[in-house]
Ligand binder design. Structure first.
Ligand code: ADP
Length: 625
């Protein structure tokens, strides 16, 4: 937390250049326009003061019957300058709103670069999730304040310079009084900024929990269980308690900050009173004309306002530079590779994945980051091109973990994975991952048009509806997708106008279509047919079989009836490969696979019938699903 250290003065130039750099990178045109408008505004302010003084002097000097030409000219000029000043302020306000949006986009883009590029393990680490939550929160809320801070500092610095020049010509004696008044203000505001930043960092973990609860209680996904289990009864008090502790912490902070603000306000008032007293003394002594004194009084009042604005703006920048440090801390996680989906990636068309002869795993061990229990031990296996290889085993035996390692989502703790002779460690992770089309157990259901839901597997071809439909046909999804209200352009969520939802089995077929649509040579199907009825499952698996040769398939399934047709079956038990072979071989071996198969088959076996594998399997096939 480098941001909270270092002196305020030491950090202020850093805060200013850091914030200006961030804003200029995001919105260069708006930034320049605002600076120009502010400079014009400052010139207008000095003009207004000089003209007001002239008007006052004319009023005092001219007798009633005299010529009012100069007075009228000064008044007209004052009106014109006031109009220009208001116009500058108005235009700057409009630019400012736009600038906030541009800065938000800039920050959001950079955060998404990181989330796309880091490995999957990062998403399971607490510091990463805290950092991500902070960066996302700041990207949304801080741009407004950073822009406000820069504008306040810029505007007040420029106008204060103009005012100081004006004051120096009328009443130079007042300048030191004003300077002395500002310094303590800055010291108090510095403490306020640091306290706020420290509090927000401390609150991040509980904020994350609160946001999660809000999601569960307010999104469609959570709505079903929320009603069935009356979740609000248990979650709302928890949510309230988290909010309550946040509010209590902020109340306490507000109390401390208010005391300091009170000091600053009294000090500001003393400076004004002191300045005005000095002016009164100068007029009484006859060392200053009433017109000059009146103008100087306005200048003092304006300068006080501007210096207060400048120090508040500087405080805002200081505060936000601490938060920008949090964003930087998160952005520093960006690995030195091209971010996925960035402009540079899009500019370079991805080369198709290379042909495969065999995928080989040698002596692979894996322990999840942040844990100490090995989940996979000494796994060695081979998947030849065009084969359908099945992975079976009880829940928790490590099947999904092994597929995640194969797909490059985690790095093995020991051992190697090779694509022909090429070790995975030598390949750019993004290129490696493109070689696998995967249907995860918890695949995504995108609230996007049906066409994009399929085309995500190969985004370059997203507009090729014929290819999308061909993949959907292969997954037996074309019938129901084509029949949606707006066909393949229907958004798959009823939360959108004209949108439609699918059944779980239909979603699963859509996920399969997505994998079929990708140009990946290897398909990894993790329980792809769990929600399908046995007939549809059989048809789909026959289609997968037909794909074999063109694609290599790794299939995980709990229904052992589904894996019988695989070219080879690997059996995992508690993280270790215990058997390998074809269905008939494994059944004949009467080992772990046979035990699992018998167990499953017996669930479907008609108890009155005499049993034996043949009969059991027959019953199993008829009743499965
Ligand atoms: P399977 O797919 O065979 O059901 P998994 O590969 O999902 O098994 O899980 C194997 C083991 O790894 C289980 O003990 C599970 O608790 C553990 N595990 C799975 N995912 C993670 C994770 N992200 N972090 C830590 N442990 C995990």
């Amino acid at each position: 937390m480098a941001g909270a250290t270092g002196s305020w003065w030491g950090r202020l130039p850093h805060a200013l250049t850091r914030s200006v750099g961030f804003v200029r990178a995001a919105a260069p045109r708006e930034f320049n326009a605002i600076v120009a408008l502010q400079a014009a505004g400052a010139v207008c302010l000095v003009g207004q003061l000089v003209l007001a003084r002239t008007v006052l002097q004319e009023v005092l000097d001219t007798d009633r019957a005299g010529d009012h030409g100069r007075l009228i000219a000064a008044l007209l000029a004052l009106g014109a300058v006031t109009a220009v000043s208001a116009l500058c302020a108005g235009l700057a306000g409009e630019r400012r709103r736009l600038m906030v949006e541009l800065v938000r986009r800039h920050a959001s883009r950079r955060i998404l670069d990181v989330t796309a590029a880091v490995d999957l393990a990062s998403f399971e680490s607490v510091p990463f999730n805290d950092g991500l939550a902070r960066a996302k929160q700041h990207a949304e809320s801080r741009p407004q304040e950073i822009v406000a801070g820069i504008i306040q500092v810029g505007q007040s610095a420029l106008t204060s310079a103009g005012l100081a020049v004006t004051l120096a010509t009328i009443a130079p004696e007042l300048l030191p009084v004003l300077v002395l008044g500002v310094a303590p203000t800055i010291l108090f505001l510095r403490r306020n900024s640091r306290d706020l930043h420290a509090l927000e960092r401390r609150l991040t973990p509980s904020d994350r929990e609160r946001w999660y609860l809000e999601d569960v209680l307010s999104t469609t996904a959570g709505a079903k269980e929320s009603r069935t289990y009356r979740l609000p009864a248990i979650l709302r008090p928890r949510h309230e308690a988290l909010f309550e502790s946040r509010i209590a912490a902020h109340r306490d902070l507000a109390r401390r900050r208010s005391v300091r603000i009170g000091f600053v306000s009294v000090l500001g008032a003393l400076v004004v009173v002191g300045g005005l007293g000095l002016l009164a003394a100068l007029v009484v002594d006859g060392r200053m004309t009433p017109a000059d004194a009146a103008t100087a009084a306005v200048v003092v009042q304006q300068l006080t306002v501007r210096t207060r604005m400048a120090s508040a703006g500087a405080g805002l920048l200081y505060e936000n530079s601490l938060f920008l440090d949090d964003v930087d801390e998160f952005l520093a996680l960006l690995p030195p590779v091209r971010p996925v989906g960035s402009a540079t990636t899009d500019a370079r068309p991805p080369s198709p994945p290379p042909e495969l002869h065999a995928l080989t795993v040698s002596h692979l061990d894996f322990t999840y980051p942040g844990t100490d229990r090995p989940v996979l031990r000494d796994i060695s296996l081979r998947i030849a091109a065009g084969e359908i290889v099945a992975l079976v085993g009880e829940n928790g035996s490590g099947k999904t973990t092994l597929t995640k390692l194969l797909c490059g989502l985690y790095v093995p703790t020991a051992g190697t994975i090779r694509w022909d002779d090429q070790p995975a460690a030598d390949v750019d992770p993004e290129d490696w991952r493109r070689r696998f089309g995967v249907v995860f157990q918890d695949f995504m259901r995108y609230e996007l048009p049906a066409r994009l839901n399929v085309a995500i597997g190969r985004h370059q071809a997203q507009h090729d509806l014929d290819a999308v439909r061909a993949a959907a046909r292969l997954a037996d999804a074309d019938g129901f997708l084509g029949g949606l209200p707006d066909g393949y352009e229907t958004i798959l969520s009823r939360a959108y106008a004209g949108g439609a939802d699918l059944s779980l089995g239909q979603w699963q077929r859509l996920a399969l279509a997505r994998a079929f649509f990708s140009d990946a040579p290897v398909l990894v199907l993790d329980e792809p047919t769990a929600a399908l009825d046995p007939r549809v499952e059989q048809e789909l698996l026959v289609r997968v079989r037909a794909l074999a040769g063109a694609k290599t398939v790794l299939l995980i399934s709990h229904r052992l009836s589904s894996v019988r047709f695989a070219d080879r079956i690997y059996v995992l038990h508690q993280g270790v490969l215990v058997e390998e072979g074809h269905h008939d071989e494994l059944v004949a071996r009467a080992g772990h696979y046979a035990e699992l198969f018998d167990l499953q088959a017996s669930a479907y076996r008609v108890s009155a019938r005499p049993s034996g594998y043949g009969r059991a399997v027959e019953g199993f096939d008829e009743g499965a699903g």
